[in-house]
Structure formats: structure tokens, C-alpha cells
Design a binder for this molecule. Sequence first.
Ligand SMILES: [Zn+2]
Length: 512
Amino acid sequence: MQAAAGATPKDAAAVILLRAGTDKSNPEVFWVRRSHRMAFLGGFHAFPGGQRDASDAETRVENCEDGETAAMISCAARELFEELGVLVARGAETLTKGQRASLLDDLESGRMTFPELLRHYGLQLDANDFTFSGRWVTPPFSPKRFDTWFFLVNCPAKQEPYVTGDAELDAGEWIAARGAIERWQRSEVLLVPPVLHALKTLGEGLTDDLTDRFLSVRQAHGEPVRRIEFRPGFICFPVRTKTLPPATHTNCYIVGSDDFVIIDPASPFEEEQAALASQVDELLNEGRRAREIILTHLHPDHVGGVNALVRHLGGKVPVAAHQLTAEALEGTIRVDRLIEDEELIELEGEPGIILRALHTPGHARGHLCFYDERTGALVTGDNIVGLGSVLINPPEGKMSDYLASLERLRSLPNLTVLFGAHGPAMGNPRSKIEEYIAHRLEREANILKAVREGAETPKEIVARVYTDVHPKAHQMAERAVLAHLEKLEAENLIAKRADGCYIANDTNPSAS
Ligand SMILES: [Zn+2]
């Protein structure tokens, strides 16, 4: 068994903040929406929290024997104060709103660390105010990983949380736990698994066994989550693959409810194939039906587990893909049905999902994306990913097609989330696609400039333009440059000489 690679999880804490005097049968909790500008989980709803900092170990916490727990309580209290202005400390009850704002300013401006601030104002954290409610580790498919301690905290009666202008959050509000779940069920919000679990747990009421229920799942004890439902009807199931670094996993998506399709069973590794098979079996045992195995495109890190899953399902579930993918895979994977552009795949159940297939070449000739018009969810395959970058490698890759595909995706009327083949879902679809397009156009402008200045080969161009890329990745960058050069040549901006070198058609320096 190989260990799953990926980033090492960093310590973090989050606060499940309960409203004072809330209805015990359906308590109100404060959730926040992460800024659309955030690269990681932008647009998601979450609880206040963040990464542990060096000063957290210096905070003294009453009724807490264990140093690590004390530091994590300090982290939770500090983040809650920084993000929502709520100070949960003994002695804080006598402070006015203005005094708390001035303390917050002391902290944010760096005049005092959190432990210094507590000492200076005679405040004391108490472990009895922070009920441990689980420790969740971000799965290894993510660029950023956290080992997050969750604490249930009662909001002090005289304090009202507000988003403090922290650039990381767009908004925050009190919401009844079951109301929050309903919003998730209506596909209006995106949630990570621990937040969904917390809301479901609170939705059953503030009972005596509340903590036990919080801790009743293995994932609340640090075991990475495998089945991730950022949205109902879209299960993200990352499997380990031999993909391009920094990614270590490819996301398989199981989409639908009564009827479901399995998109990109990707892993060539037996234990990963077995994990996916048992997830599919679990759904089948619930009486659901596996309609099809669908391939976004031909690359090995997307199709490595197809034959194993077909065998596991007794050969009864057909494989579907674009014709160009089917032709490329002939002899290795049998494709039973061809999917055409704009074809609708209707999946029965609740929620009913209608996927529109979009032929979106560029990364691969037969690449398909799948769009659920009702909820605005888009399965993007390798066209847009939540981790790493997309390689356009000629001749399979074609830059002009890729940009046209990105434009097509950008024009979809109601985009709300991108489910990429690598990394977490993206809740900021428009800014993500625009960032992708802008990035490519900027590269292209720089490549054209380099050719105009006399760089003649992909190698020379990479040396000038890809100064931000590690030399180890230069060979890959040369393939990407070649894709840009082919596009520029087709647009008549440059020409390829008989010796294979490139020259600009317009060498007028004022044009650059
Ligand atoms: Zn690919």
C-alpha cells in the first residue's frame, strides 16, 4: 500500500456558534459565506475558524489539563473574535461593544497577540465554554489540508456576531439548523462534509446526547472523508491516481439519486477501485440503479478504473463517451454508447437531475463537460480544476479550441458551482473561468512578445516567459508554449520557418 500523498494537514479550529436562548428543538447557528475571491472553497458556507498561529500555545485556558487542547481552544476563540467580533472569555461580559471593538483593533493591528490581550485586560478562556465536537481532516485531494478541531460554543447573550471586514468572508447570518439543511437540499449553498454533519446533528435538537452524536462518525475522529456531497445529488469520490503533480487524486463523480451515473472511475490501483466499488454497492443496496459509466475524456488518470468497475458490475452497466474518446480508447476500453454535444441525460429521483453534455475540446479532442441547468452545477473534467493547472498538450490539446470551450462554459446562464476532476469544488465559477481565460491570454501575449523579441523555439520562450515555473516543469511548459504557438500561427501573427523555428510576422516593436 502506498500512502496517499498530498499536503500535510495544518492545525485549525472552527466554532459552531449557537444563538443565546435559541429553540432547543431546532437551534440557530451562525454561518458565514466565504469570499468569492478565495481560491480555496470560495463561495462555500462555513463556520468561523482558521489556522492555528504560534501565539495560541501561550494562552492559558482554565479547566484544561492538556496543552494541545488549550492551544486549539485559543485558536477557536481568537478566530471567532477576529472574524465575528465575538469574545468568549470570562470577564468579557463587562466590556461594552466599543471596548470590544478597541480590543479587536489591538489584535488586528498586531499591537498585542491574543494571549497578551487576554492577560492585559484580565480576561480568561475557560474550557467549559468550548465543547469539543470532532476533529475532521481534509481529504488528500485538496491543495490545502486542515486538521480542524470543532467546538460548540454558546454565543454570549449581549454579543451579536458580525462579519468584521475580514477579507475572507462575504456575509454571515443566524440560521436554524434545519433551515440550513433545506437550503443545501435546494442546492442553494455549498457545504463541506463536517459542516453538513454539524447542521444535521444540530437539526435533531440540543439533546443530552448531542456530543455523542457529533462524534458518532469515524470522520469526526480524523479519518478522511471519502464520500463528499458539496451538493445533493453530486457525490465527489476522489481516488488516488498517477496524475500530474501537485494533484494526487482524480475526482470520480456519482451523479443522480434513484438513477445515477458514475463519471471517470479513474484509479488503476486495486484498493482504490475496491473503495469506489463498495461506494457504488452501497447506493445499489439502497435500491438505486447504476445507469452508465461516463468518461469525460481519454486520459489514463480518468479511465484507469473503468474496466474494473465494469467487471465488478457484472458487465451490465454500459460505458458512454464522446466518439473521439471511444476511438482513441479502442482496444483498451469498450465504449458501448456515444454521447453527442447537447445531449440530455435525464436521471430520475429526488433531486431529479438532467445533465446536458457539452463537447468542450481543447485539453482533449473528445472532452465532455456535464451541466445541470436547474442547479447550475457543471462537471468540468480536466477543463477547469480545483488544484494545479490544465495542460494543453498538442496534438491532442489545442489552445484555440480550449479558449473557445472556456468561453462556451462562461456563457452558461446559471452557473453556481464547478466540479473539477482534481481538487475541491469551486463555488466561484464565473471568477474562476474568467481567471482561466485571462491567464491564458496573458501567457499568449507574453509568448508573442518573446517571439517578436527574437525567441525562436519553445525552449527559448519558456526560459523568458515561464520564470515563475520550476525548471523541473519546463518540459511540460514547452508543450503548453507549442499549443500557444500553433494558435498564433493559425492567426497569422507568427510563422514557422522550414527549420522549425518561429518568427513574428509583424516585427514592428511598437506593436509589442
Ligand atoms: Zn486530462
